[in-house]
Ligand binder design. Sequence first.
Ligand code: RIB
Length: 305
Amino acid sequence: MPAKIVVIGSLNMDLVTRAPRLPRAGETLIGESFATVSGGKGANQAVASARLGAQVSMVGCVGSDAYGEQLRGALLAEQIDCQAVTAVEGSSGVALIVVDDNSQNAIVIVAGANGLLTPEVLASFDAVLQAADVIVCQLEVPMQTVGYALKRGRELGKTVILNPAPATGPLPAEWYSAIDYLIPNESEVSALSGVPVDSLESAERAASQLMAVGAGKVIITLGAQGSLFAHGQSFEHFPAPKVKAVDTTAAGDTFVGGFAAALAAGKSEADAIRFGQVAAALSVTRAGAQPSIPLLSDVQAFAAS
Ligand code: RIB
């Protein structure tokens, strides 16, 4: 039986434009294309885990609009269990995304239905959490709900992963004892730790700072620089596979979903990180959030090449 992963988080419809560069304040740019693409950090991570070999349940909220049905449909098409995806009155979450010619992006999200995933709604799906091996959370749903999910995951003895995205400042200190793996990127770990991160050395300082306030194992994703795995007194650097990037949207989500799937399948932490990195590298060679996430066979073929 494949391992079971429960993702608690956001579903967004991504409204994506490509432009030569990101706009400056007050500027109007002429875009090159527009697409609506299923996204949301939670849903992207659920899709990544499912495509990469896990059995996945999603806990989240969609709106009563057309996007809500599309977002649910995209997960159902991946055989993701959506019994805990609740439709609420109002708009679904949306993300306004600009991707530039250097494959970098800028994103503004509006929570919509994601803001209605309360601890009470989550508690009503406790059976889904109980059935999980691994629980994965991010920060695009209310903080109280994330806090509840982490605590409940710890009580149930599950492996708990937090991708603190987007991060605006330090996490509540009491969260750390409930998290097995904290997976921020450079900007998120800077916000969490107060240490500006732009190199491996500064990433080590930021990880040390987080471990000093209670974090256990920290994996900092550093884009093309790979990732840093910090635990105890040890720091391990994993260089990233080299690829030609087209669009980095959902690369972090693909790493998190891939790492979770590999860990749940019994791989070592180091192998799960390498697996997540290959999956994330493949995702940046394709456009969009969920459409860019590779299959297990793609990752195996890349690793064998
Ligand atoms: O991480 C990428 C995701 O961030 C996008 O799909 C968008 O919805 C935002 O949540």
